[in-house]
Design a protein around this ligand. Structure first.
Ligand SMILES: Cc1cc2nc3c(=O)[nH]c(=O)nc-3n(C[C@H](O)[C@H](O)[C@H](O)COP(=O)(O)OP(=O)(O)OC[C@H]3O[C@@H](n4cnc5c(N)ncnc54)[C@H](O)[C@@H]3O)c2cc1C
Length: 530
């Protein structure tokens, strides 16, 4: 179903001939996503240059009842329309860092500024920014897109909380400003006056394109005690920060004799506030970060498996002074001795230390781990809950993966691959359980079976206990219908807002809610609401 010619012409008049395409090769490139494979094709892709062009496109969509789906860097299936008849709005021309406000500690960026770009500017100024674990290759304007979890959770929180004043083109094409920007008081604050719009527009959980388009916004920035001009060595995928004797920064990977000891250590460390990052990961991530080929990876991974009983956590301490660093190190080692924890010796070697540090500071490890082995992965999506809950989920996922691998439904090995960070001084934690998958229809079916079961298990508190358990995931009608009744009828409230702000349903809600209050089968099989 091609776009009607008058609609195509109207869009072309807005962005210019070179910034619109209906070319099949181009549309197919947008539609391919490694998790789901090929998603529905958009009818056209348009590349606006700024807020006014975005607004004009959205108005055309409303006039002609055409659905639209925005994308910033395009990481994952939630960027694709759910069905035919929609256009893709690629925001790559909105690529400016508008302001770095050192005094009030925020940066104003457009959606196609990526984390790596912003961070490069910030480190020079002794500042840093929150980035999601997906990588510094994703937008620096996180928070309004999807989950928002990353390595620096313990020191910087989740992306939703890092979002300050923003500018949005609503689903009907109005321009609105949120937080302090709404009263022209600048970008410095996220909420009010009046009801907070941050959650409504998906800044905390992510509306995945279902509530209009954010065209610029401010993110919090943080003090950076590490080197302002890091000396980087090595080559692509093996970059390493040069380790010097005066460095007040170090990474350790830990392992334990039992899960109870690991649990105890995580709680204790989290409460001390000594860490820049504190993440529960398996040695898979460590091995991936240290070597450059798949063969080397499997060798190292197998060697580490023999050495390690219970995979622990990665911690990085970055201190302002030698005294502060010595304090952090002492606290860390004392907790390890109380919990019988050990550190992985190979990380003491400067070359390995430099690689892990730089991978985590730059948030570059996950893409490498996920894409180098097979190019295909799938994940279970985590739930924000307690450290205890995360660890229990991890053990559940581990058994589930083993079981499915034995049946040949998912790739064997790597069953203990779980990735997650600790937040809020140990009061919260998010963990997800990725798998690698075969690039075949059966591989996709097996991966979906795993993710579906793990996902339903992760949602357990949200479904049954009416508390927590609904974050860290892209939604869909089925998802909100399932968790809504346990959460003050969230599914009904979201739809009320959706109808009000998007009466024609043009802001594609396939990973959010649609206006219709009907049950739809989403990407995951979830229980039907009772
Ligand atoms: C390999 C992999 C690992 C991941 N790991 C993590 C992780 O560790 N932590 C985590 O939090 N997430 C993770 N994710 C998911 C990730 O959060 C999203 O892919 C992320 O939002 C990408 O950032 P982006 O804004 O560049 O978004 P895009 O991928 O461009 O878009 C994400 C969603 O937001 C919508 N959107 C994009 N731009 C706008 C805009 N300007 N206004 C309104 N809506 C918009 C899109 O329609 C889409 O639904 C991972 C994804 C992948 C593929």
């Amino acid at each position: 179903m091609a776009l009607k010619r008058d609609v195509f012409r109207a869009l072309k008049d807005i962005v210019g001939e070179e910034n619109i395409s209906e070319d099949l090769a181009t549309l197919n490139a947008y539609a391919y996503h490694f998790e789901f494979g090929r998603c529905p094709l958009a009818e056209a892709v348009v590349l606006p240059a700024g807020t006014e062009e975005v607004q004009a496109i959205v108005r055309i969509c409303n006039k002609h009842h055409v659905r639209f789906k925005p994308l910033s860097t395009g990481w994952g299936p939630w960027n694709s329309p759910g069905d035919k008849g929609a256009i893709q709005i690629d925001l790559r021309r909105l690529n400016r860092i508008i302001e770095i406000n050192e005094k009030n500690m925020y940066a104003v960026v457009e959606p196609y500024v990526i984390g790596a770009q912003l961070q490069a500017e910030l480190l020079k100024r002794g500042l840093n920014c929150n980035m999601i674990g997906a990588g510094s290759n994703t937008t620096a304007l996180t928070g309004m897109k999807m989950a928002g979890y990353g390595w620096t959770g313990i020191s910087m929180g989740v992306s939703g909380r890092n979002t300050l004043g923003t500018e949005w083109v609503t689903p009907t094409g109005e321009i609105i400003k949120t937080g302090s920007l709404s009263t022209d008081s600048g970008y410095f604050y996220s909420e009010g006056p009046g009801p907070g719009l941050r959650g409504l527009f998906g800044c905390t959980m992510g509306a995945c394109g279902g509530m209009g388009i954010c065209t610029k916004g401010a993110v919090k920035i943080y003090h950076w005690a590490g080197p302002p001009e890091p000396q980087i060595e090595g080559r692509e995928s093996g970059y390493s920060i040069k380790i010097t004797t005066d460095m007040k920064m170090k990474a350790w990977y830990t392992h334990f004799p039992s899960y109870d000891k690991l649990r105890e250590a995580l709680y204790k460390i989290a409460g001390t506030e000594i860490s820049y990052t504190l993440s529960k990961i398996s040695t898979l991530d460590i091995a991936v970060g240290l070597v450059e080929t798949n063969n080397e990876f499997f060798k190292l991974y197998n060697d580490l498996q023999k050495l390690i009983t219970v995979h622990g956590f990665l911690i990085i301490i970055v201190a302002n002074s030698a005294k502060e660093f010595a304090y952090g190190e002492k606290v860390f080692h004392r907790i390890l001795s109380e919990t019988e924890g050990k550190t992985l010796q190979m990380l003491e070697e400067p070359c390995n230390q430099g690689k892990i540090l730089w991978h985590i500071i730059r948030a570059s490890m996950q893409p490498q781990g996920i894409f180098r082995p097979t190019g295909q992965f799938f994940t279970s999506f985590g739930t924000q809950e307690s450290i205890d809950y995360s660890l229990n989920q991890m053990l559940y996922a581990y058994k589930l993966k083993k079981n499915l691998a034995e049946q040949g439904k998912i790739m064997p090995h790597l069953e203990e691959w779980s990735v997650g960070s600790i937040y809020d001084g140990g009061h919260a934690s998010v963990i997800e359980h990725p798998i690698l998958r075969h690039n075949t229809p059966e591989g996709l079916a097996g991966a979906r079976e795993f993710a579906g079961q793990a996902f339903v298990a992760a949602l357990d508190p949200g479904l049954n206990s009416h508390v927590g358990g609904i974050t860290a995931t892209p939604g869909c009608d089925a998802f909100y219908n399932a968790v809504g009744p346990g959460h003050s009828n969230l599914h009904l409230w979201l739809r009320k807002f959706k109808k009000e702000f998007d009466p024609q349903g043009v802001s594609e809600g396939n990973f959010y809610v649609t206006s219709e209050n009907e049950y739809q089968e989403g990407p995951f099989k979830l229980p039907k609401p009772s």
